[in-house]
Design a protein around this ligand. Sequence first.
Ligand code: SF4
Length: 352
Amino acid sequence: MDTKLKSLLEKLNREHSLELEEYQLLIENINPDLMKLAAEYAVKYQKEYYGNRVFIRGLVEFTNYCKNDCFYCGIRRDNRECERYRLRMDDIISCADEGYKLGFRTVVLQGGEDLAFKDQDICNIIKGIKAAHPDMVVTLSIGERDHDSYQAYFDAGADRYLLRHETANPELYARLHPGEMSFLHRMNCLQDLKNIGYQVGAGFMVQSPGQTAGDLAMDLKFIEEFKPDMCGIGPFISHKDTPFAKEKSGTLEMTLFLLSLLRIIYPQMLIPATTALGTIDPKGREKGILAGANVVMPNLSPTNVRKMYSLYDNKICTGEEAAECINCLKGRVSSVGYEIVEDAGNRVGFFD
Ligand code: SF4
């Protein structure tokens, strides 16, 4: 292996930090030996902090209405082909109940930015879940809201919030989103969430249209500096009814390599092996765990709406009942020597 690249990885392993150009050099020169060494370092940290335990998050996709029009997203506002749905409050709570019975101790309420759900509605859902299951962690993934809304959800009992930044380069952000959306606002939201006291998840797309190695280096630098509690990354996958329909997908290799680098940058971070990874490769999630990921996010949404929450084409796991999903994942995770656990799965060190 090129000694310069090897010494960069060793430096990252020692200092958990690199210069922007150094990250870029690693990304530009991705190769199997470099991936292997990065995964070795990553798994060492994964085992040190989490052993062979893999956390599960039960995903409830409760609305596919969205006021935004992100160019890459299948449920964007202007996609007239998208059949829309909203779950009722008691259905959402039933999904959480079902998840609890199956061993989930974290539920993720995810949706487009759907303003039909007022702050009070969101608070009532959170309170309903917490009343039934005080030890269930409630994670929200409902996009950009203002500080007071975030505070209200937190006060109602929400514990975590996922808000992918998608790219840390404002210029690329502007090419992936319509002009009405603001990079600065997205970043301010992440900071607000952190200040309020949530465990915060950021994340980015890998090899989105026009993205360069330099852009990805900026993402790694952002994660190094912002230190979110979670970071979700997945390969870009196109959706047929979007302006990016004909764009190439991101690769398994680059996603796995970046997963390993993220684990080395911030060893205690919660890192999911995403459904998008499982979509581009039948063993993508297992490979993600072997590259340093420690979370999987099976779907708890009712099966009759699963296909409608189509952010990208060919998304997997849209037909199975929740119980089938978890059993399938238990098998997948144990096939690579890890174990799914019934645990809230907080970020090591968050409550210290
Ligand atoms: S990526 Fe999120 S905010 Fe953008 S259109 Fe899709 S659901 Fe809405």
